[in-house]
Each structure stands twice: as structure tokens, then as C-alpha cells.
Design a protein around this ligand. Structure first.
Ligand SMILES: *[C@@H]1O[C@H](CO)[C@@H](O)[C@H](O)[C@H]1NC(C)=O
Ligand SMILES: *[C@@H]1O[C@H](CO)[C@@H](O)[C@H](O)[C@H]1NC(C)=O
Ligand SMILES: *[C@@H]1O[C@H](CO)[C@@H](O)[C@H](O)[C@H]1NC(C)=O
Ligand SMILES: *[C@@H]1O[C@H](CO)[C@@H](O)[C@H](O)[C@H]1NC(C)=O
Ligand SMILES: *[C@@H]1O[C@H](CO)[C@@H](O)[C@H](O)[C@H]1NC(C)=O
Ligand SMILES: *[C@@H]1O[C@H](CO)[C@@H](O)[C@H](O)[C@H]1NC(C)=O
Ligand SMILES: *[C@@H]1O[C@H](CO)[C@@H](O)[C@H](O)[C@H]1NC(C)=O
Ligand SMILES: *[C@@H]1O[C@H](CO)[C@@H](O)[C@H](O)[C@H]1NC(C)=O
Ligand SMILES: *[C@@H]1O[C@H](CO)[C@@H](O)[C@H](O)[C@H]1NC(C)=O
Ligand SMILES: *[C@@H]1O[C@H](CO)[C@@H](O)[C@H](O)[C@H]1NC(C)=O
Ligand SMILES: *[C@@H]1O[C@H](CO)[C@@H](O)[C@H](O)[C@H]1NC(C)=O
Length: 869
């Protein structure tokens, strides 16, 4: 807003803006709902974590949530991203919390601020700064003075920052709820009486902040009023808050799940997500939050774990790259529209429930003015039902809810997905040499390389017998920790003469390691997202005389939750050599040479801590950013080495053409980290999931969901592409830096553009014939339209061809539809006439459009696949 010269005018303008934006107002509540400025609110909330995208994406993500029918954005606050060392705060770039909240305010939406400041969130160390673990006497999340001191200090800092900027609703801002702690109820008992005291203290401390908005604690069963306990889970329809005057609120509805390197790719079917949401509102819920609505990316080393992938896509309604995931986004948008049509009855009416048969239920909301809305549900996980409700019959698919905003017409059924779907491709584009590249040969990329010498590269700090804890030693200033020793092999060792060589056997608390002997990589080992510790036997090539043994241990994201999680360590516990003449040689009582992070300013890699000599030499030299990019250590290479461990690569590349989101294709690389223009893309590791793990071709949405129910990608890399936000590119001369640990082929690295290559619609005659759009809210009635297939190009382009169209009984999914025995031969020409050269089109399943004589007696449908360009 421009500057205001006259006070009164400014006040009026500010008030006007507040009203126009729908923010602000005093927030209270009763057992039915939150009440903002005297009005009951039905809240559809969407989690978007600000540091998991970039500021340039925020307005678009918030708008897409609003277009998807949400009126609230929810985020955690990420303590370890903000308080880099005690009293050293950071709120720039992806951590510009105030900017994020203001974008929400400008969009006219509310916000739920989950301060925590412990958050779990699959985020490194659960969001708590690693330095706090090293403040003497600190025990996390219990009645412990240092913990409470730092927790209160940070909470107060955030609350004051929000107050300063007038961002609480009580001040006219968008924040309507705040959360303290996070899912502590699961662990409280592990901390005994101190846990109980701590939970009460946290609630009191929060209340003492006087924000003017209510506080919530999720998954916490002993909250003191007026703090409200809320539910997290795949389903929360059965949830009842412990205080009778508190509304029923669902802080985490998981529409998908996270991934770990080496695991499969989980999906939650949208029919089941919609079912859970509809059931929640059916049963008196008034606030529901999708965790996540946009999962985004764990840039840099922010992923927790161990082993959480850099992608935090979460199978969420908006994908990692910021595109709507279809049909999930659209089907939920229609759900939100249907729920909104019932808002008046839901919030102002009385609920009565009646049984329509086993597992069949109707919940009816009516008020004295005669308005009526109903939700009827079939909780049977196998059998469809026909029910009678108010003298009409309704078909209810198994595991579904129908929504009737007038108690007569179904506008929505959770299991009938009629909204558009799409085919998303990652279209490869070669890395192009930058025009400002110093290389004369503009056809080839100019690579520069720095190869690390395996082992400790600086003066050792201490030599001890055996091993220390990895995390205690690095203090998470780096993933990497070298330990080295030497081993004398006698000339008369038998294995020197025959082919069966010795093996090195390791035991580790986690997370991964690479073994070098005499500077050569011998092998690697790691735990996984299910079991972090590991044991391995790695064949080694030893020579007679002195052998240098160097083990590069690494963490892959620190623990995020669990009782006393901050004490869970990592690193080697035992090393032996097997296959020598004397049998097993125990190396654990050898002298191992170590480096230690003696002091640090930051939990992450920043210029301030580059004096640290722990980790890799390239990290110390800052090879990935700032002056380090021009470091004399970089050596030109006409052909970059392939399959070479511990190698840093640098190339100047052009910005990929177009404006689609970009991913870096790392399928031909081993494991490491990547940066563009000094921005941290994150850890990459195209580690494959085991082939034998159960994956499904077709997912049955019916029945209770669990994270492994509907996985894909068995035997494939868990994560192949790594999001590089468009805003990180400069017009030219982009510096791409790769740190490869084990060996890969950098010439095969590609950018890939994320693009919808096709859009589809499949609608059948039994789809609710009334849509939320044709419903007239004023008159509470509807034009009786026919089921309609709708197509809309995502990016303002036009439909250039119809790849498939069939009215009849087509089968298959978007991208692979097949005609059935029943097919109207005019389908393609009808659809072409209505859709070609348009950015969107709608095709009614009507007699005018199609030959309804086609195979009478069955429920027919129309399937269309179109190409936009
Ligand atoms: C909230 O209530 C207080 C006290 O009742 C009042 O001073 C303030 O103006 C109200 N705020 C808004 C945004 O309505
Ligand atoms: C109505 O809901 C209550 C509370 O959930 C339940 O105990 C009761 O059995 C339900 N009644 C019918 C007829 O389903
Ligand atoms: C259903 O039909 C019966 C008998 O015809 C009638 O008494 C009743 O009022 C009807 N109920 C509704 C909700 O229309
Ligand atoms: C540790 O051992 C190495 C190699 O034997 C030696 O160079 C170094 O001085 C020792 N350092 C300390 C701190 O003892
Ligand atoms: C090779 O050496 C191993 C001991 O390292 C011994 O057990 C084995 O019998 C030898 N094999 C042959 C063929 O000599
Ligand atoms: C994780 O490692 C354990 C122990 O090695 C193994 O049993 C399990 O199958 C692995 N799980 C996955 C998903 O790879
Ligand atoms: C890390 O160091 C602390 C302090 O010396 C010690 O109490 C703790 O047990 C160590 N952690 C592990 C996992 O070894
Ligand atoms: C190896 O030596 C270490 C340290 O002396 C000891 O703790 C460990 O138990 C030994 N391992 C075996 C297999 O004997
Ligand atoms: C390690 O321990 C074994 C007995 O477990 C002993 O024979 C050996 O001398 C020890 N080695 C060192 C380097 O201390
Ligand atoms: C379906 O419901 C039945 C009865 O409640 C239950 O035993 C079964 O495990 C459920 N199956 C699925 C796939 O959810
Ligand atoms: C679509 O546009 C193209 C080129 O502008 C034109 O040749 C074609 O006839 C148009 N098709 C329809 C169905 O309007």
C-alpha cells in the first residue's frame, strides 16, 4: 500500500481493506465452531510450509489453495531455520515468515500458525536447533529449565514479531489460531510426571502470550482449558475434544505420505481423502486442515529422517513443483464447494442422525427457518447400497458419502470422481552451455572439477581407540565425518596369494558410509527409513605392508520425533577384518584419527562456519557458493571424469527454455548434494526401493487407508528428479555444482520440465447431475443439468487435438483409455466440435450430443483425452 499522509484517511483505508480481505476480528469459540467477529466459520485449511518452497512461489500456491476452495493456510514455524545460534535470528528468503503471512492476508485468507516450536514435520531434528542439544543440562520436551527457557524465548519472539506486524486476527490480521507443542500426547508418558508438568507449563506459557486468538495442542489429551485439543490422522470423524465447549477440529488430515530414500512411492486415493473429509463434516467437524496441501521440497539439509527424501511431495493436492495434482485437487475443490453449500445449515442448524441400515448413516442439519442439509454415508468397505432417505432412493457406493445441500439432491459423492485428470511428464532438456561461458566451444559444456583425497584433509584433532558418536562430533554442521586408521598386513598372509580376499565388517548406528582403502572406494553401506542402524561386509583389497583405511560416515537427516529423540546417535560402533590368517582382526580397538566440530555458528552450512575443518574439504572451501565458486581449486576438464568418487563438478549452464517448473534428473549419479547459483537444491540419491516390496497397479480406495496401502515404484529410484525453483535461475550463466560421493556420469545430468502432456475427463451417467456450480445458493435449488465432462487447459493454452473420445463403456485411465463393446461412433467428432481450439469445454451427456440408444440398460460414460498446446 502507498504511504498515507492523513491519519484518519489511513485508518479508514485500513479498516476498509480489512473488511474487504475478510481478515481480522476477535476469535472465540464454542462447541460448534470458531467464531470470528461474531460469525461462525467453517474452515477448510491447507498446510503450505513456507521454507519448503520459495517466496516467488508463495502467491501462486496460496491462490491455488484459494481456488481449490480453501479459506485458511496453515504452517509450522521452523525454529532451526530462524534461530541459527542463540539470539542469532534469520528471517530472509525462504524463512521470511512475515512476508508469507502477509501474502495470505492479501489473498483474503485466514492463517493457522503452528509455532511448536518442536514440530517433527519430517524436518531436520524436528525443527529444534541442534545447538540447543549442546547447551549443558538440556533435555528436550520435558520439565527442564534450559529447554523451557529457550522454548519460551523463541515462542515469545515469534508472537512478538507477529504482533509487531499486526498479524493476529485480534489486531486485524489473518492469524486465527496458534499452536503450542506438537503431538506431545504420544510421548508424554515416557517423560513421567515431568512430562505432565511440561504439557501444562507449555499451555500456560502459550496463554500468557496474550495473542487474542485461541491456542491449540494437537494429539494432546490433557490440555487445560481454554486451550483446545485437536485431532491428527487419516480419519477424525470419531474425534471429540476433551472440553465440552471446544469445537471439533482436525489439524492434520494426511492426503498422502512422505518418502524415504530406498522406499516406494505412497499414494492416498482421492476418493478416500474426500470420504474422510466428508465424514468429518458430517459428524460435526468445523475445521479441517490438509497436511500437506503443498508438501514442496526439503531443500539443502533440511530433510529430517533419517532418510527422508529431498522431495516432500506428499502426494498432496498441489504437487512438489506447484502444479495442481489432478484429479485430486479438482475432486477436493468440488467437495469444498459442496460443503460450502451446506454451511448455513451445518453451522446454524441442529444435527440429527439416523441409521439407514448397517454401516449406513444419515446426518441431517436443519434449523427453524426450514433449511436442511444432509450427509449420507456408506461405511461398508465392499458393498454398494441403495438407501431410502426422506422418501427418495439413493445409490451409495461402498465407502462413500453423498452430500445433499437441500436434503433432496445429491451434488457430490466422494467416490464419483468426475473432475479432470492429467498426464504429467518430465520432459528432458540437455544442459546447454551458457553464452557467458569462458569456453570458446559453445556446443559443449565447460566442466570444472575438484577431486577430494579420501581421508582427513586437515590436522587431526584427536586420536582415540575406537569411535565416537557421529552427531556429537559433527554437531550436524555437515553430513560427513572421516575416521582413518592404518593396518599392517604381513607378507605371508594367505589371501595375498589366492583369490578369496578379506572383507571388512562394519556395524553402525547409522546412517550410511563409504569405505576407502589406500584411496580407493571399496564399497558403501547404509540403513534405511525403516531400520536406521546397519551391518555390512564389504570385500576389501589389501596389500602387504601398510594400508590406509578411511571411512566416510554420513548422516542423512536427523531424527524428527520420538521420546528422547535428541539422544539417538549415529556412526560406527564396530569394525573388523575377516579372512586374515589369524581369523578375525578387531579394528575397534585400533587408534582412529578424528576431526571434531569444536564450535559452530549454525546448524547448516553457511559462510560463518566454513572455518570448520570437519566434513569434506570442498565444503570447507565453500566450493558451491560465493567466492568458493571461483576458487583456484577448481580445475578445468575437457571431459569430466566419470565414476569417480568424492568429486565436485561445476558447469555454467543456460536457463531451461519455457516457464514450466524444472527438476534436475540425477538418475545417472550416485549420491551427493547439488546447488544452483549457490542455492541449495539438496541431497540427491537415486536409491532404488526393493523389488519385492508390495506395489499396486490399481488401488482400491475402499477401506481404511494406511501408508503402504497404495504404493508404486517398486524397484525404481525413490527420487529421480530434484526441484530447482525457476526463481533461482539467472537469465544466463547459471552455476551448477554437484558433489558426487561414489561416482556417476555428470554428462548425463539433465534438466527436466514438468508438463501436462494430456488432460482427461471421465464422467458417467450416474454422476451427480447437479453440480456445485449450477446450484443456486439464494434460491437453494438447482437447474437440473445433465452430468457433464469438462476439460480445461492448465496454462491458458488451447486444445489442439482429441486423442481419445468414447461415449459407451470405455475403460482404463487417463493416457490409456480403451473403447468398450459399447461405443457411439460419433463420439470423436462431437467432442472435437465442442473442444478443439478452445481453452476449455464442457460436454453434456445428453441426447443432443450422443446417441443414447447405444447399449441401453448399462450406465454409460464418456471418456475424453485431449492435448493442449
Ligand atoms: C477485539 O476486541 C477488543 C476488545 O473487546 C477490541 O478492542 C478490538 O477492537 C477487537 N478487534 C477487532 C479486530 O475487532
Ligand atoms: C447417532 O449418533 C450417536 C453418537 O455418535 C450414536 O451413539 C447413535 O447410535 C447414532 N444413532 C443412530 C440412529 O445411528
Ligand atoms: C414421506 O412420505 C410419507 C407418506 O407418503 C409422508 O407422510 C412424509 O411426510 C414424507 N416425508 C418427507 C420427508 O417428505
Ligand atoms: C594422531 O595420529 C596421527 C597419525 O598417526 C598423527 O599424525 C597425529 O599427530 C596424531 N594427532 C594427535 C592429536 O594425537
Ligand atoms: C585362500 O585363503 C583363505 C584364507 O584367507 C583360506 O581359507 C583358503 O583356503 C585359501 N584358498 C585357497 C584356494 O588356497
Ligand atoms: C531396511 O533394512 C532392513 C534391515 O536390513 C531390512 O530388513 C528391510 O527390508 C529394509 N527395508 C527396506 C524398505 O528396504
Ligand atoms: C553425546 O555427547 C553427550 C555429552 O557428552 C553424551 O551425554 C551423549 O551420550 C552422547 N551421545 C551419544 C549418542 O553418544
Ligand atoms: C572389538 O574391540 C572392542 C574394543 O575393545 C570391543 O568393545 C568389541 O567387543 C570387540 N569386538 C569383538 C567382536 O570382539
Ligand atoms: C585389540 O584387542 C585384542 C584382544 O581383544 C588384542 O589382542 C589386541 O592387541 C588389541 N589391539 C590393540 C591395537 O590394542
Ligand atoms: C472391511 O471391513 C471389515 C469389517 O469391518 C474388516 O474386517 C476388513 O478388514 C475391512 N477390509 C478392508 C480392506 O478395509
Ligand atoms: C482450429 O484452428 C485451426 C488453425 O487455426 C483451423 O485450421 C481449424 O479448422 C480449427 N478447428 C476448429 C474445429 O475450429
Amino acid at each position: 500500500m502507498g504511504s498515507c499522509l492523513i491519519g484518519a484517511h489511513c485508518l479508514v483505508l485500513a479498516l476498509f481493506l480489512q473488511l474487504a480481505l475478510g481478515n481480522g476480528g476477535n476469535v472465540s469459540y464454542d462447541s460448534r465452531s470458531l467464531i470470528i467477529d461474531g460469525q461462525r466459520k467453517l474452515l477448510i485449511s491447507t498446510a503450505i510450509h513456507y521454507p519448503r518452497s520459495v517466496p516467488a512461489m508463495w502467491p501462486g500456491l496460496v491462490q491455488l489453495a484459494k481456488d481449490g476452495g480453501a479459506n485458511v493456510i496453515e504452517s509450522y514455524v521452523f525454529w532451526n531455520g530462524h534461530e541459527l545460534s542463540p539470539d542469532n535470528y534469520y528471517f530472509e528468503g525462504r524463512y521470511d515468515l512475515v512476508k508469507f503471512v502477509k501474502i495470505i492476508q492479501e489473498a483474503g485468507m485466514y492463517m493457522i500458525l503452528r509455532i511448536g516450536p518442536f514440530v517433527a514435520a519430517e524436518w531436520n531434528f524436528g525443527g529444534v536447533p541442534v545447538w540447543l542439544h549442546y547447551v549443558p543440562g538440556t533435555v528436550f520436551r520435558t520439565d527442564n529449565e534450559p529447554w523451557k527457557h529457550y522454548m519460551q524465548k523463541f515462542t515469545t519472539y515469534i508472537v512478538n514479531l507477529m504482533k509487531q506486524e499486526k498479524l493476529f486476527a485480534s489486531q486485524g490480521g489473518p492469524i486465527i489460531l496458534a499452536q503450542i507443542e506438537n503431538e506431545y500426547g504420544y510421548y508424554e508418558q515416557s517423560y513421567g510426571d515431568a512430562g505432565k508438568r511440561y504439557a501444562l507449563w507449555a499451555a500456560k506459557m502459550a496463554l500468557s502470550q496474550t495473542t487474542g486468538v485461541p491456542w491449540i495442542m494437537c494429539q494432546q489429551w490433557d490440555v487445560p482449558a481454554p486451550v483446545i485439543n485437536t485431532c491428527n490422522g487419516f480419519y477424525c470423524d470419531d474425534f471429540t475434544p476433551i472440553h465440552a465447549n471446544a469445537p471439533k477440529m482436525w489439524t492434520e488430515n494426511w492426503p498422502g505420505w512422505f518418502k524415504t530414500f530406498g522406499s516406494t512411492d505412497p499414494h492416498r486415493p482421492v476418493e478416500d481423502v474426500a470420504y474422510a473429509v466428508a465424514r468429518f463434516f458430517q459428524k460435526g467437524g468445523s475445521m479441517q486442515n490438509y497436511y500437506m496441501y503443498h508438501g514442496g521440497t526439503n531443500f539443502g539439509r533440511t530433510a529430517g529422517g533419517p532418510f527422508i527424501t529431498t522431495s516432500y511431495d506428499y502426494d498432496a493436492p498441489i504437487d512438489e513443483y506447484g502444479l495442481p495434482r489432478l484429479p485430486k485437487w479438482g475432486h477436493l475443490k468440488e467437495l469444498h464447494g459442496a460443503i460450502r453449500l451446506c454451511e448455513k445449515a451445518l453451522l446454524g442448524g441442529q444435527r440429527t442422525n439416523l441409521s439407514l441400515g448397517p454401516l449406513l448413516e444419515a446426518d441431517v442439519y436443519t434449523d427453524s427457518s426450514g433449511i436442511c442439509a444432509a450427509f449420507i454415508s456408506n461405511a461398508d468397505n465392499k458393498t454398494d447400497a441403495v438407501v431410502e432417505f426422506r422418501n427418495k432412493t439413493y445409490h451409495l457406493p461402498a465407502w462413500s458419502v453423498s452430500i445433499l445441500p437441500d436434503c433432496k439432491n445429491v451434488v457430490y459423492n466422494t467416490a464419483k470422481v468426475g473432475s479432470q485428470s492429467s498426464i504429467i511428464d518430465m520432459v528432458p532438456e540437455d544442459l546447454e552451455p551458457s553464452v557467458v561461458s569462458p569456453s570458446r566451444d559453445l556446443k559443449a559444456l565447460h566442466w570444472e572439477v575438484f577431486t577430494e583425497k579420501p581421508g582427513i584433509w586437515a590436522e587431526p584433532d584427536f586420536n582415540i581407540t575406537g569411535f565416537v558418536d557421529h552427531i556429537n562430533t559433527t554437531k550436524d554442521t555437515t553430513d560427513y565425518l572421516w575416521v582413518t586408521t592404518s593396518l599392517d598386513v604381513e607378507n605371508n598372509e594367505l589371501f595375498l596369494k589366492n583369490s578369496s580376499g578379506p572383507v571388512l565388517s562394519v556395524k553402525s548406528k547409522g546412517h550410511a558410509l563409504h569405505l576407502f582403502v589406500n584411496q580407493k572406494l571399496q564399497g558403501s553401506a547404509s540403513g534405511n527409513g525403516t531400520i536406521f542402524p546397519f551391518e555390512a561386509e564389504i570385500p576389501v583389497t589389501l596389500k602387504a605392508g601398510k594400508n590406509e583405511i578411511a571411512l566416510l560416515g554420513m548422516t542423512v537427516g536427523l531424527q524428527t520425533a520420538g521420546p528422547h529423540y535428541e539422544w539417538i546417535g549415529a556412526g560406527l560402533t564396530n569394525v573388523e577384518i575377516k579372512g586374515l590368517s589369524n581369523g578375525i582382526l578387531n579394528l575397534s580397538n585400533f587408534t582412529w584419527i578424528h576431526k571434531v566440530a569444536v564450535f559452530f555458528h549454525c546448524w547448516c552450512i553457511t559462510p560463518e562456519n566454513n572455518i570448520l575443518e570437519i566434513g569434506l574439504q570442498g565444503e570447507h572451501l565453500n566450493l558451491y557458493k560465493g567466492d568458493g565458486l571461483n576458487s583456484a581449486n577448481w580445475v578445468s576438464a575437457s571431459e569430466p571424469p566419470k565414476g569417480e568418487p568424492l568429486t565436485w563438478y561445476k558447469a555454467l549452464v543456460e536457463t531451461p527454455s519455457g516457464n514450466e517448473p524444472v527438476g534436475l534428473d540425477m538418475i545417472h549419479m550416485g549420491k551427493g548434494m547439488a546447488w544452483l547459483n549457490g542455492e541449495e537444491i539438496g541431497r540427491y540419491w537415486p536409491r532404488k526401493s526393493p523389488k519385492h516390496e508390495a506395489c499396486v497397479d490399481h488401488c482400491d480406495y475402499r477401506g481404511k487407508f494406511s501408508p503402504n496401502k497404495c504404493s508404486t515404484g517398486c524397484g525404481e529410484p525413490t527420487q529421480r528428479w530434484y526441484h530447482v525453483p525457476r526463481s533461482w535461475f539467472k537469465p544466463s550463466g547459471n552455476v551448477l555444482v554437484i558433489l558426487e560421493e561414489t561416482g556417476g556420469d555428470p554428462t548425463q545430468i539433465r534438466f527436466s520440465k514438468r508438463k501436462a502432456s494430456g488432460i482427461c475427463s471421465l464422467v458417467s451417467e450416474d454422476h451427480p447431475s447437479v453440480s456445485t456450480e449450477t446450484w443456486n445458493t439464494e434460491l437453494r435449488e438447482t437447474k437440473n443439468a445433465k452430468p457433464t465432462a469438462k476439460l480445461s487447459c492448465l496454462d491458458g493454452s488451447h486444445i489442439s487435438s482429441i486423442k481419445f473420445a468414447s461415449f459407451g463403456n470405455p475403460s482404463g485411465a487417463c493416457g490409456s483409455y480403451l473403447k468398450g463393446a459399447c461405443h457411439d461412433p460419433n463420439s470423436a467428432s462431437v467432442v472435437e466440435k465442442m473442444c478443439l481450439n478452445r481453452s476449455e469445454c464442457a460436454i453434456e451427456l445428453s441426447e443432443e450430443n450422443f446417441n443414447l440408444g447405444t447399449c441401453s440398460g448399462i450406465i454409460r460414460s464418456l471418456a475424453v483425452e485431449a492435448v493442449c498446446s
